[in-house]
Structure formats: C-alpha cells, structure tokens
Design a protein around this ligand. Structure first.
Ligand SMILES: Cc1cc2nc3c(=O)[nH]c(=O)nc-3n(C[C@H](O)[C@H](O)[C@H](O)COP(=O)(O)OP(=O)(O)OC[C@H]3O[C@@H](n4cnc5c(N)ncnc54)[C@H](O)[C@@H]3O)c2cc1C
Length: 334
C-alpha cells in the first residue's frame, strides 16, 4: 500500500517559512502556505513610493554556513542577489571612520525582497497571500484546522509550521500547548525605520554607517546598492532602545525626530528631505533565542521556526527552518 502524502500548512512566507516550504515540498509533502502580507519576504522587504524605492527592513545579509552559502550562490546564479561593497564605517559626533574588511555583504536585486520571490517561485504549492491566520485548532482524528481572517477554515493538515515572530503566534494558538511559556519568554525589539529622499543629493562621501550615539543605529544610502533607482534615498534605523521608548508614537513625529537625529550625527545643518516617511517594525530584532534553534511538538505535529529561535538574521531564519524540517522529515518518512 502506498504511503499517505503528509499535508503541511506553513504560516508565514518570510525566509524561514519559504525555506520550510521548499524543504518539505522536496521531501514529498503537500504544502500550503499562508501569509498576511501582499507578497513573499516578510522582513526582507522593499517599500515602493512612486518612483522611490527603499530596503526599509533588512539592509544586507551575510552567509557563514555551507548550506546558506550554497543558497546565496544559487541566488547569485539566478541574478537575484549580488554582493554589496559599500563604503561602510562608524559615525560619531560628525566623524565617519571607515571599517575595512569584514564579511561579504549581499543584497537582493533590484530590491531586497527578490530572493524571497525566487524562493517562492521555485516550488509548486499554493501561497495564500493577504490571508491572516487567526486560529489554530487540533483534533486527533482530523488533524489541524486553520481559521483565516475572512472566516475560511483550512482543514486536514497533519503538520503546522509557524514561522511568524512569537508574539504573532500566541493570539492564533487556541489550545493549551507547552510552547506558550516559551513564546511568552521570547523578546523581540521593535525598530523604527525612516526613508528619506534628498534633492539636491547630500554631499556625503560614504554609503553606510553604524551610528554610535543618539537615537540612530544605522544610516545607509539606498542608491549605493546595485540596481536601485538613481535618487538620493536614505534609510535610517533607530536604536532598539529609542524604538521601544517611542513605539506607539505618531509616524510623522518619528520621521521628523530621526531626520533631525541624522543631521545631529553628521554634525551638520539640517536639510529638508523632499520626501520622507516612517515605518514601524513592531517585531524587528530578537534578543532571546531557543536552545535548539527551533521548537516542535511531534505528538501533535506542530513546529515553530524563524530568526527569533536562533539569532535574528536572515541566515538564522534559514537555519532555523532547516533544523526544524530535518526533524519533521525524519517523522513523516519513518
Ligand atoms: C529593520 C530591520 C533591519 C534588519 N537588518 C538585517 C540585516 O541587515 N541583516 C540581517 O541578516 N537581518 C536583518 N534583519 C533581520 C531579518 O530581516 C530577519 O532575521 C529575517 O528576515 C526573519 O525572517 P523570518 O522568516 O524568520 O520572519 P519574517 O520575515 O518576519 O516572516 C514572518 C512572516 O509571517 C507573516 N505573518 C505574521 N503573522 C501572520 C499570521 N497571523 N498569518 C499569516 N502570516 C503571518 C508575516 O507577514 C511575515 O511575512 C533586520 C530586520 C529588521 C526589521
């Protein structure tokens, strides 16, 4: 008798969810994916505003493990990722100091979300976008049922893989589970991002800076990345501390404060941007992680992965999904 194909629901189409989808699909599972966003990528994303474009989440990524390095190489062969070799340094009290060496930094082209689009496109199996999962129920006979925000029930899954930040898991988990205290103990900092365009362009010789003092942690000229439009578009990120403190503040106010902080850090007279906007990443960078880099409950067929389980970077999201899927595949093919 032939073995029943395992049905898996993956919640989240960021790097971790898309990685899980690809690995499980390659192992023969039938995989349906759900994401509340309009497209793949999650925090590796691009914001488009008319003719302007910004990588307002992830700025670049690095690769250390053999597995992730192989994926980055494939992305390069697909022309969706290229190295970014910026003039990068630290900025303090108006003084920029170049940082030499360091790992190769990679970016998506023409925008940061492109490798996610490539990952999503290379596997069959439906991705349901603009579909927020609001409830998860489990019954021993019928398996998992996912309820979405339009009232549709998606039924009959043997496994559910949740790849969202932990605070977004708790509201959908409508059953007692040993994972609840783990989710409750996970800490993810917010990050306020400001996108600003300057015309005329700022006279700045460098491309990116780790800001050492004040409300900002990072400033980068988006146009210094390959394949971006030719505007003087900047992305500014606030520190975790500043973002936590002002997480509920008005976007306009945040944009004004962080543009002012940029000129303070440069020790220059402020220049008004011709366009600017703020974006709040409520769950941006994890401060905690899990001992195994993922969590699972094989008794009910529930797995959790994502950057928050293992280290807070694009590579961590990939690694967490890979580690979880190794366990799931061992189960479903046993
Ligand atoms: C401002 C910022 C800067 C960063 N800079 C870097 C950097 O320079 N280098 C680096 O390596 N990393 C950086 N990171 C971290 C990097 O973006 C993450 O580590 C990685 O993208 C996380 O991927 P993930 O799949 O774990 O989670 P996510 O990308 O968050 O994916 C989770 C997905 O779940 C979806 N979702 C959530 N709730 C639901 C629901 N109820 N139903 C359906 N879908 C849902 C979301 O829409 C999202 O698409 C940065 C992050 C931020 C925010």
């Amino acid at each position: 008798m032939s073995k029943k194909t395992a049905r898996v629901a993956v919640i989240g189409a960021g790097v971790s969810g898309l990685t899980a989808r690809r690995i499980l699909r390659s192992a023969g599972a039938a995989v349906d994916t759900f994401d509340k966003g309009r497209g793949p990528g999650g925090r590796i994303s691009r914001r488009r505003e008319g003719e302007y474009q910004f990588d307002h989440g992830t700025q670049y990524f690095t690769a250390t493990s053999a597995e992730f390095t192989a994926l980055v190489k494939r992305w390069q062969e697909q022309s969706v990722v290229v190295p970014w070799r910026p003039r990068i340094g630290t900025l303090q009290d108006g003084r920029w100091t170049e940082k030499h060496g360091g790992p190769e930094r990679y970016v998506g082209v023409p925008a940061m979300n492109e490798p996610a689009r490539a990952l999503a496109g290379e596997v069959d199996g439906k991705i349901n976008y603009q579909c927020r999962i609001e409830s998860l129920q489990h019954a021993p006979q019928s398996g998992w049922t996912l309820g979405d925000d339009s009232g549709v029930q998606h039924e009959g899954y043997d496994w559910v893989v949740i790849s969202t930040p932990p605070a977004q898991v708790l509201p959908m988990l409508k059953l007692p589970s040993p994972v609840r205290p783990i989710l409750g103990g996970a800490v993810i900092d917010p990050c306020w991002a400001v996108m600003a365009v300057f015309d005329p362009a700022l006279e700045i010789e460098w491309d990116a800076a780790f800001v050492q003092k004040g409300p900002l942690s990072w400033a980068a000229r988006n146009g210094s990345k390959p394949g971006r439009p030719d505007h003087d578009a900047w992305v500014l990120h606030a520190t975790a501390e500043w973002s936590r403190r002002f997480v509920e503040n008005d976007k306009e106010w945040v944009a004004e404060q962080l543009v002012a902080a940029f000129f303070d850090a440069l020790a220059r007279q402020p220049q008004s941007p011709s366009w600017r906007a703020a974006h709040r990443w409520r769950y941006a960078r994890p401060r905690t992680q899990l001992p195994d880099g993922y969590w699972w409950d094989p008794a009910v067929g529930l797995g959790l992965c994502g950057d928050w389980c293992i280290g807070g970077r694009v590579e961590s999201a990939f690694s967490s999904a890979r580690l979880l899927c190794e366990q799931i595949i061992a189960r479903i093919s046993a």
